[in-house]
Design a protein around this ligand. Sequence first.
Ligand code: ACO
Length: 150
Amino acid sequence: VNNFSFKELTLENHLQYKNSTKETLSCLTTVGGLSDKTFTAIIQQWIQNKHIYKPIMIVENESERVIAIGTLLIELKLIHDGGKVGHIEDIAVNDKYQGKGLGRILLEFLKNVGVLENCYKIILDCDEKNVEFYNKCGFKRCGVEMDYRP
Ligand code: ACO
């Protein structure tokens, strides 16, 4: 773990990390051709809404490349006494670094952020093939995921 650091995405560093962020996220799904302008605009939105968007990256110290990334979103509810729900989104560990415990470390970090934010629960959607991984990270199967894609 000494070879890796947790890093925040900032306006100063985001373009430095853009390519390795995209490469890592492409292990999860299609990223597409985000221009620098669009990438910066999205990161700006995240930073302006820091109370909602809590992205975290794991960077390999030697190569200074992002090799794992994930985000916690904080939702304010009217129910449960105005409580907060944490949503874990877009977890990806670069193919070459999978199976080394980095995914679990990332999940522990994001869970801790949610606990410190006083979330009464932290939830996520995933494929069946990842259920075992999330079980090992302390999550239990609950409910049914549904989507609508216009
Ligand atoms: N099936 C069963 N067990 C698994 C799996 C799996 N798919 N992946 C990891 N594990 C186990 C490991 O064997 C390990 O168990 P152990 O401690 O008993 O040895 C434990 O889970 C922790 O594994 P890590 O090494 O921390 O997992 P890794 O760093 O490879 O990250 C991840 C797992 C995030 C699923 C990674 O493989 C990945 O990025 N996959 C592609 C993208 C993806 O599917 N992301 C999740 C989308 S869901 C979402 O974003 C909410």
